[in-house]
Every structure is written in C-alpha cells, then in structure tokens.
Design a protein around this ligand. Structure first.
Ligand code: HEC
Length: 192
C-alpha cells in the first residue's frame, strides 16, 4: 500500500469510527437537554408562588422540599438521574464529583468570556466500571430573583439569613451576582 492509499484508509477508518458514535450521541444528548430544560421552570414557578405568598424566608423551606422532589420526579419519569450541583453548595449533598467539577469550572470560564450563560452545557459518554454512562450538564445562571437567597450576604434580609443559618449551617451559596453561574443541572444514565 503506498503512502497515499494508507492515508486514505486511515481517514476512512477514522470517519467510520466517528460517525456512528456521533449519531448515537445525538439522540441521548437531545433527550438529556430536554429533561434538563424542563425541570428549572417548574422549580421557578414553585419559588415565585411561595415568595409571593410568604416572602423569600418562607420560600426557603419550600425550596428545601420541592427542589429535590422535582428532581426525583423527573428521574422517575425519564430514567435519567437528575440533580443539582454547585461549586459552592447549599444542600450538603449538592457536591460535584470530578466530572461535574470540571464542567462547572468550564462554565465559569465560558461565562466570564461572555458566552450566554443560559446556553452553557457539557456532555460526554464516559466509562464507569466497564459500562458506558451518558453524562450531561446544563448551567443555572443567577438572575435577579435568585439574589434574595443567593446574593451578597449584606443584601439578604435578616429573616432569610436566620432561616438559612438554621437549615443550612454549612451554606456556601451566597455572594453571587446576576450572571454568575449558580450551579448546574446534572444528568446521568447508563447507556443500554
Ligand atoms: C427563596 C430562596 C431561594 C431563591 C429565591 C433561590 N434559591 Fe436556590 N436554593 C435555595 C435553597 C433553600 C436551596 C437548597 C435546596 C435543597 O436543600 O436542596 C437552594 C439550592 C440551589 C441550587 C442547588 C445547589 C446548592 O447550592 O445546593 C441551585 C443550583 C440553586 N439553588 C439555584 C438557584 C437559582 C438559579 C435561583 C434563581 C433562579 C435560585 N436558586 C433562587 C433557596 C433559594
């Protein structure tokens, strides 16, 4: 085989290897993206209703119950494991693993470089214990509404501060500003 044909063969082999993987990737990525965008608006609706009824301090307890419940419901409905994580978490369980930490750090960098925060996502098919696991993450940017409970400490109301101190003694999820990445939805599913 001369140089040119062997190069052509190599290119062909590469394409053949890359193409089916890409096609397979797309359907699960589209699915994960759909799940990740369906959950936050539901939580936002709960938050807004609770804040209107009983102020941000009253909405904290609802968030504590409803956020994990909505994620659990989405997991049951879709077969994806769904939760939220953050580099500076409030829920003690919202600690990112290594893959999630790298994604969150990447989101911070991309947001700082003015990529639209609401569109930041990362996905990858990874190997875990000899099995393929699909992983997907989508950034949750800080908006105005979030500041009542995640903003600079001096801007939190005394009632919010007291409630957070009581429920989350290890809270690290304050001092955010509008546009910062507050955390992310993280999804995971074992490939069939
Ligand atoms: C009424 C107060 C309140 C508001 C407003 C609020 N949050 Fe939270 N947030 C909480 C509480 C309480 C938790 C911990 C929930 C739990 O125990 O799972 C939390 C947790 C989170 C988490 C999970 C990671 C972690 O740190 O535990 C993310 C991500 C998050 N909030 C994003 C947001 C975003 C984005 C907004 C605005 C759209 C927002 N929050 C508005 C109270 C609030």
């Amino acid at each position: 085989m001369n140089m040119r044909t062997s190069a052509a063969w190599a290119a062909l082999a590469l394409c053949a290897a890359a193409m089916p993987a890409r096609a397979a990737e797309e359907s699960w990525v589209v699915e994960a993206r759909g799940v990740s965008t369906a959950v936050p608006p539901k939580l936002l609706a709960v938050l807004q209703a609770e804040i209107a009824k009983s102020g941000p301090e009253g909405a904290i307890a609802a968030c504590q119950v409803q956020a994990p419940a909505l994620a659990r419901a989405a997991s049951e409905q879709t077969g994806w494991s769904v939760k939220r994580v953050s580099l500076r978490n409030r829920n003690p369980k919202a600690v990112p693993d290594a893959w999630e930490r790298a994604a969150l750090e990447d989101f911070d960098r991309r947001a700082a470089a003015h990529e639209p925060a609401a569109k930041l996502e990362r996905y990858e098919a990874v190997q875990e214990d000899g099995k393929t696991v699909w992983r997907y993450m989508r950034a949750l940017p800080t908006g105005e509404l979030c500041l009542a409970c995640h903003g600079p400490v001096e801007q939190l109301s005394p009632a919010v501060k007291a409630k957070l101190a009581a429920l989350y003694p290890e809270d690290r999820a304050t001092s955010y500003r509008v546009g910062d990445i507050r955390g992310a939805m993280t999804l995971k599913k074992q490939a069939p």
